[in-house]
Design a protein around this ligand. Structure first.
Ligand code: B12
Ligand code: SF4
Length: 476
């Protein structure tokens, strides 16, 4: 029997214009491929990264043809779900016998809808992928029935079968290191211009999965079973050291939904502070404002081991909306968090969200002022987006608030819903006004472009040079 030939595809994507020009490593695929490689040493595994390999759809088709796979897989979050379906579609046109598999947060929450809308997709893997994928490949290779494979969805005649969910991996330290060797020829190409320039090598690593909070607009806690699981600080430090010393990785982005500084700040510092790589790396992670605000000591420690940029979800200054979002944070914590980052020379990225039901022109104007007052180094404004899998999606769907069902637009830059008093167009216009007020001021831009802080200079140059404001204006 033919040995499994597994081709993971990062299809051609439309990238997020807000953060400018970048080329990210296909992180989920690297993590999955490593696991399959370890568990199924006889499998022939490839990763095709269309961005890095500069392949358009025709190029991808030729590449799949030449690899002659038994299975083609891709990973999607909501905004790029259609590109996964298209990958499956061209695969089936090449050879209908090739098995097509999708996974990731979007397909985990829309298996019925996706399998009905896209007959070219054979299987959707729901939730954690590693063990399910190995089980599925083995089952199909042995020509067994897939009904005993936990965590998958597939069509059987006219119905969609959803097998029971698979229990989560208890010890994340048992996962292998991501399969960077499968994209080694591309590693030097991965970069994030606005964050670290065109020539600093950008790598992604995973320290934890999930979150123990329950925000209504967020898919992540739900996707990971409402739990926060972490690798041990030693394992995270080993992984950082490995990426830096083996591959020259400098800009290291932690995928963790919640850094959980309270629990990991001190032990991670302890693990990394004696390692040489700490002076070379630029760590980026996401953390909650309350976690930052209440731990200035730990932020200082994390700065000492290379943390240079933290993204934090401030969301809004309206207490009632924070409560409705179940965010469990206060606007006061946002002030403190920005101050703590400034005092420790950490670049602060604050995320704001507009377009909740009670938002009005006045409340959004108030939010704009607040976003200036708390003084983040960079403010990113988003439109509240009803991602499938969130509590908010269920409410919005039941109430008919979702006015745009084209998932390509679920990128938080497009207004998908009106508010009680603002039309969708008005929300879109308000979003543009937010960027205009933060980046459009001539005085502020001059100060930004002339700032002593190199990162600030880059961000302001990016916002002006890449026509971000103009692109937002065109969405209205
Ligand atoms: C790094 C990152 C990015 C990087 C690029 C990532 C990439 N490689 O393409 C950048 C910065 C460019 C980016 C951009 C955006 N991102 Co982003 N990003 C992330 C982040 C932090 C980590 C992704 C990751 O590697 N995770 C680790 C992997 C292992 O987890 P995973 O993908 O869930 O995979 C597991 C399972 O889902 C499953 N699985 C996944 N895929 C597959 C495929 C198969 C075949 C199988 C079998 C299994 C499987 O197995 C995996 C292992 O168990 C996530 C948050 C997160 N923690 O995941 C947000 C996240 C994916 N991003 C998000 C969003 C909204 C965006 C943007 C639209 C805008 C924004 N505000 O950031 C843009 C869109 C860009 C675009 N057009 O594609 C949302 C998506 C929400 C949703 N439900 O759609 C997330 C979840 C953040 C959040 N908290 O809401 N992002
Ligand atoms: S938004 Fe952040 S804090 Fe809230 S559930 Fe999601 S990851 Fe956790």
């Amino acid at each position: 029997m033919r040995r499994p030939t597994i081709v993971f595809v990062e299809p051609p994507r439309v990238f997020w214009f807000v953060m400018g020009e970048y080329l990210p490593p296909p992180s989920a695929l690297l993590i999955l491929a490593a696991y399959v490689e370890r568990e199924l040493p006889d499998a022939d595994i490839h990763i095709v990264d269309c961005q890095a390999d500069r392949l358009d759809w025709t190029g991808l088709e030729r590449r799949i043809q030449s690899l002659d796979p038994t299975m083609v897989l891709s990973s999607g979050f909501t905004t790029n779900a259609y590109s996964c379906a298209r990958t499956a579609d061209i695969t089936k046109k090449i050879n209908p016998d090739i098995t097509t598999v999708v996974g990731g947060v979007h397909f985990s929450f829309t298996p019925d809808e996706s399998l009905r809308n896209f007959p070219e997709i054979d299987y959707a893997v729901r939730g954690e992928g590693e063990r399910t994928l190995v089980d599925l490949i083995t089952t199909l290779h042995n020509q067994d029935k897939p009904d005993h494979v936990q965590g998958i969805s597939y069509r059987h005649g006219d119905i969609v079968v959803n097998t029971p969910p698979r229990p989560l991996i208890e010890d994340l330290d048992t996962l292998p290191l991501p399969a960077n060797h499968l994209v080694e020829h591309n590693l030097s190409r991965y970069h994030f211009t606005m964050m670290t320039g065109r020539h600093t090598q950008y790598m992604i690593l995973e320290g934890a999965r999930g979150c123990d909070h329950r925000c209504t607009f967020c898919t992540q806690w739900n996707h990971w079973g409402g739990r926060w699981r972490t690798k041990s600080p030693k394992r995270i430090a080993d992984e950082i050291e490995y990426l830096n010393e083996t591959y020259g990785g400098v800009f290291l982005w932690l995928t963790d939904d919640n850094m959980n500084i309270t629990r990991r700040g001190a032990p991670l510092h302890e693990e990394l502070r004696h390692r040489r790589c700490k002076d070379d790396i630029m760590l980026f992670f996401q953390a909650r404002t309350d976690d930052i605000a209440t731990h200035p000591d730990l932020i200082a420690k994390l700065r000492d081991i290379g943390t240079y940029w933290i993204l934090t979800g401030v969301e809004t200054d309206v207490e009632d909306t924070l409560t409705e979002f179940k965010k469990d944070e206060s606007p006061a914590a946002a002030y403190d968090a920005m101050r703590v980052m400034k005092e420790n020379d950490v670049f602060s990225q604050a995320m704001f969200v507009i377009g909740s039901r009670k938002d009005t022109h006045e409340s959004i104007e108030h939010l704009r002022q607040f976003s200036h007052d708390i003084e983040p180094d960079i403010a990113i404004y988003t439109a509240l987006t009803p991602f499938p899998g969130t509590a908010y999606y269920e409410t919005a769907k039941a109430n008919g608030w979702i006015h745009d069902t084209n998932y390509t637009n679920y990128d938080m830059a497009h207004a998908i819903m009106p508010t009680e008093t603002l039309s969708r167009k008005e929300v879109q216009e308000e979003l543009w006004q937010c960027y205009r007020s933060f980046y459009g001021s001539i005085t502020k831009n001059i100060a930004g472009v002339l700032s002593k802080n190199k990162l600030k200079r880059t961000v302001h140059r990016h916002m002006a040079g890449q026509f971000v404001l103009e692109k937002f204006r065109r969405l209205i």
